[in-house]
Structure formats: C-alpha cells, structure tokens
Ligand binder design. Structure first.
Ligand SMILES: [Cu+2]
Length: 126
C-alpha cells in the first residue's frame, strides 16, 4: 500500500469517527417516518439518551401514542416499569414529534387513528 493511499484511508476513517461521535454525550437522533398506515422503520433499537423524531409526510393525520388509555387495544402499548404514558398531539402533514428515551426497556406504540390497520411501532432502548 502506498503512503498516499494509506493517508486517504486514514482520513476516511477519521471522517467516519467524527460523524459517529459528533452527537457525543447528547445521544443520537433517530428519525421515523409515517406512511399512510405504517411507521418506517417499525422497530428501532437505540441507546438510552437517544432522541427519536417522528415525521409525518403523509396527508393523513397520525399520532405517536405511548398511552394505553388512548389505544383501542391496550395490549398494543408497552412501557418499561415506572415510565409514564406519553405521546404526540395530532400530527398533520409535515408535523413532527420528538421524544428522548432515558429509560431502558421495550416500548410499543400506535397511531391511534390507524391502530386497527396495523400502524404500530416498537422502540427498544438498550
Ligand atoms: Cu395514523
């Protein structure tokens, strides 16, 4: 391997490291999109302290609902012990909702308008 190539590879590696660590202590931001009847991706695995932003590019109203009292089927909502229910208001086109997950565990949620169509998601915080 020539010196030049090694330098090129080294600088690529350092760019990668910079990107990976730039969010640093504040955690990463993960984006979830909404189609007409699904969260994309439906399941994510993140670290405690990461922030998740849901974006609704669809014309339909959607919600991000981690509250069993608002779900048609309470068993679609799961929260780690001690975590209070939470969720968004109605999200119209281009609406967003952001939540920082500080407690480890498995969370499941729904869009309360399209739950019966299978609009469900899961966040695993490790
Ligand atoms: Cu919906």
């Amino acid at each position: 391997m020539t010196l030049q190539r090694r330098d090129a590879i080294k600088s690529l590696i350092s760019i990668g490291l910079t990107v990976a660590t730039s969010a640093g202590a504040q955690g990463k931001t993960i984006e979830i999109s909404m189609t007409d009847s699904a969260f994309v991706p439906p399941t994510i695995t993140i670290n405690a302290g990461d922030e998740v932003t849901w974006k609704n590019p669809a014309l339909l109203l959607h919600t991000v609902t981690f509250d069993p009292a608002q779900a048609a089927d309470k068993s679609n909502i799961k929260l780690p012990t001690g975590v209070q229910p939470f969720g968004s208001a109605d999200l119209s086109e281009d609406g967003t909702f952001t939540h920082v997950f500080t407690e480890k565990g498995t969370y499941t949620y729904v869009c309360k308008y399209h739950e019966s169509m299978g609009m469900k998601g899961k966040v695993v915080v490790s």
